[in-house]
Write a protein that binds this ligand. Structure first.
Ligand code: VTB
Ligand code: MG
Ligand code: MG
Length: 326
């Protein structure tokens, strides 16, 4: 007899990121990133309380003692069921939100307790993210040229046809130059390297890789998605100040260690959900209609390898009768 299919927690997490995106969408382009972030955090917390899990935030908004802010160590979920680690970024790309620029997303990832690598005081990480075709063929320690060639070979395109996304930062200039030397194409972004990382691991998005130094928490969140999508991510801590370096070393982290996505999140039971806030290239942004709003989301479950794009239609009138969101 066939086994009874188990639950896909990701489908419940989808409601969490949808609520965060709907709340944040009120702040698109209004120049107030804290207000937008705050709205998303509140919505996320509220919806998380309905999810059946015994979760602990391991990647959150930092240890903010005062307001209930999804701080590290906070318990989330209804307390029942399996113990799990939870990583959130209620608004990944608060500057993008404040300026109304593309690709800000609300994102959450859940894995069994202890499965997520703890970024501790490490803010910055050098990253390399590719999709399933190039998985196993790239190496953070190889030259940019070798990696670009490997990606091109794996995808059956020319190296000049490969498109890489990087954060436009001084710290990434050397890599940008190296990519240009090889003749590959670049998309520079001002913020938000999770959305393009998702795109590099999904088919037919026009993005082949994400490279360069971005956030460590975002790196762990990305690893959860990449694991489920069958892509590959590698990272290495890259502190950007003496203070960060000192704190990271004191906390016992190894700056030379190359971390694979399976080290950033171990095991095979990870859930990931993301919803577009501002209009993005893969996930559409929140759009208002006469009766409510629409959202576009991505849900990934690593155990089955299933990923879904979900278009949702929200109706204010009905929602207001059954919950405080939006
Ligand atoms: C990185 C990146 C994020 O913030 O953390 C960046 O991974 C912070 O880098 O996606 P800077 O200090 O150089 O701005 C994001 O862009 C948004 O959280
Ligand atoms: Mg972020
Ligand atoms: Mg954020």
């Amino acid at each position: 007899m066939a086994e009874i299919p188990d639950r896909n927690l990701g489908l419940e997490l989808l409601r969490v990121t949808e609520a965060a995106a709907l709340a944040a969408s009120r702040w698109v382009g209004r120049g107030q990133k804290e207000a937008g972030d705050g709205a998303a955090v509140d919505a996320m917390r509220l919806l998380l309380s309905s999810v059946e899990m015994n979760g602990t935030i391991v990647i959150g908004e930092g240890e903010k003692d005062e307001a209930p802010m999804l701080y590290n160590g906070e318990s989330v979920g209804n307390g029942k069921g399996h113990a799990c680690d939870v990583a959130v970024d209620p608004v990944e790309g608060t500057n993008l939100l404040a300026k109304g620029l593309p690709n800000s997303i609300a994102v959450i990832a859940v894995a069994p307790r202890g499965a997520m690598w703890d970024p501790g005081p490490a803010f910055y990480m050098d990253k390399l993210v590719v999709g399933p075709e190039a998985a196993g063929k790239v190496d953070l320690d190889a030259s940019v040229e070798e990696n670009l060639k490997a990606i091109a070979d794996a995808k059956g395109i020319r190296v000049t046809e490969v498109t890489v996304v990087l954060l436009e930062r001084e710290r990434n200039l050397e890599k940008i130059r190296a990519i240009r030397d090889v003749g590959a194409r670049i998309r520079l972004i001002s913020d938000g390297d999770v959305a393009p990382a998702l795109m590099s691991a999904l088919p037919d998005t026009g993005i082949d890789a994400v490279m360069g130094i971005g956030g460590t928490p975002e790196g762990v969140i990305t690893a959860c998605a990449v694991l489920g999508l069958g892509g590959e991510m590698q990272g290495r801590l890259a502190p950007q100040s003496d203070m960060e370096r000192k704190r990271v070393l004191e906390a016992g982290y190894d700056l030379d260690r190359k971390l694979t996505h399976s080290e950033l999140v171990s095991g095979e039971d990870t859930f990931f959900a993301a919803t577009g806030i501002t209009q993005g290239s893969f996930l559409g942004g929140v759009r208002y209609t006469r009766t409510g709003a629409t959202t576009t989301s991505l849900v990934i479950r690593s155990h089955s390898g299933t990923w879904r794009r979900v278009d949702s239609h929200h109706r204010w009138e009905k929602l207001s009768k059954i919950s405080a969101v939006p």
